[in-house]
Design a protein around this ligand. Structure first.
Ligand code: 5GP
Ligand code: MN
Length: 355
């Protein structure tokens, strides 16, 4: 256990620590690099943005030139993030010694950024840090731990174990990933280590309310109307154990909402009484492509459903992009969810019978 101790002294609940060999391998690529691109996945959320911006702040303190990048601009609710104005939607002249890919383990998940810079990224030196169970790893060094509640939790471990500096701005970015991916420490992915990572960030000067207020409390009236209309239009099957709804360009126009205001809908549906799996379908601009977001309650595994459809995610939160029109996608996905639930119910039934 001697090489498993954190760089800081004193008792720590930061266990399990990251594999020290992997930290050494990542640091061996980071230290000589001068210009570093930090990639957040497409359709960005608090974790990929907090990871890219937070790690960029940390590495800038070492004198590195850091360019955080994401295929899509950040939703407005994240404008409080320090350094958000440095987020780019392209990699420009591709003059980078190192790429750090955050919160997704396949280059395709970086969307248009990968399409624009495919040649460069296919040959770049990449450190990949992620916590998705479906990730295969897209780097020379892949720090992938599905037990971590967020990618920023892994970055706190990385920072602590490697002795990198942690300023107040970086801490706020990293805490954003922890708070958004755990629903403010409510989801079962929250462990003692998650809390400890949060404590380190708060001690470094991050203020939780700065994050929670714009993300979970304040919302535009148009967004409240969009959620209300989506809930109003929801349909159920399997005695209300499955619930789904959808939004189209027309839904946005009717409510005055914009596409980035649809995040809360699928979670709102999951929390309805008796619901086991919720689905939100959206089809805004291309009638041949539909995106689906799934959420579930224990023990139903929606990552399994999405992986069969070419997507991925976590057991309780997953998504996929399906190249079919809206109604066809709904029929396909609901049938897959029903299959998954029947298989799960059969397994638990058999397990109970064995007891
Ligand atoms: P959301 O429903 O919020 O878009 O995504 C839920 C979770 O599933 C997130 O952790 C997200 O990264 C992951 N996810 C969403 N869509 C995809 C996808 O198309 N492919 C993969 N691999 N993961 C996805
Ligand atoms: Mn994440």
């Amino acid at each position: 256990m001697t090489n498993n101790q954190p760089a800081t002294s004193g008792p720590s609940l930061l266990t399990p620590l990251l594999n020290p060999t992997q930290i050494e391998q990542a640091m061996a690529l980071i230290m000589p690099a001068q210009r570093i691109a930090l990639l957040a996945h497409e359709h960005p959320d608090g974790d990929c943005l907090g990871s890219a911006l937070g790690f960029a702040q940390i590495l800038r303190q070492l004198g590195k030139i850091c360019v955080p990048a994401c295929a899509d601009p950040a939703p407005r609710a994240f404008s409080f993030l320090p350094g958000i104005e440095t987020l780019q939607t392209t990699l420009g002249d591709e003059n980078f010694d190192l790429v750090i890919a955050l919160d997704a383990g396949e280059l395709s998940r970086y969307g248009a950024l990968y399409e624009q810079h495919r040649e460069f990224l296919d040959h770049a030196t990449i450190v990949n840090i992620d916590h998705h169970i479906s990730s295969s790893g897209c780097g020379q060094v892949n720090i992938i731990e599905p037990e971590a509640a967020s990618t920023t939790e892994l970055l706190v471990l990385f920072q602590q174990q490697s002795g990198l500096p942690l300023g107040k701005e970086a801490a706020l970015c990293l805490l954003t990933g922890l708070i958004t991916d755990t629903g403010s420490f409510q989801y079962p992915s929250t462990t003692a280590r998650t809390m400890e990572a949060g404590a380190i960030l708060v001690a470094a000067g991050a203020d939780a309310e700065t994050i929670v207020k714009p993300i979970f409390r304040t919302r535009p009236l148009a967004q409240a109307r969009l959620t209300a209309l989506a809930v109003q239009q929801a349909q159920t099957s399997s005695d209300g154990r499955i619930i789904w709804t959808y939004a189209t360009r027309e839904t946005l126009t009717t409510t005055g909402a914009t596409a980035d205001m649809d995040d809360a809908i699928v979670g709102t549906l999951r929390d309805i009484e008796n619901v086991q799996v919720s689905a939100f379908f959206k089809c805004y601009d291309n009638p041949e492509t539909t995106r689906v977001s799934l959420r579930s309650n224990t023990p139903y595994n929606v990552a399994a459903v999405c992986m069969r459809l070419g997507g991925g995610g976590h057991p309780r939160a997953a998504g996929a992009t399906i190249h079919k029109p809206l109604q066809e996608t709904i029929a396909l996905v609901i049938a897959e969810i029903q299959k998954e639930m029947q298989a799960e119910d059969q397994t638990s039934h058999n397990n109970t019978a064995l007891l």
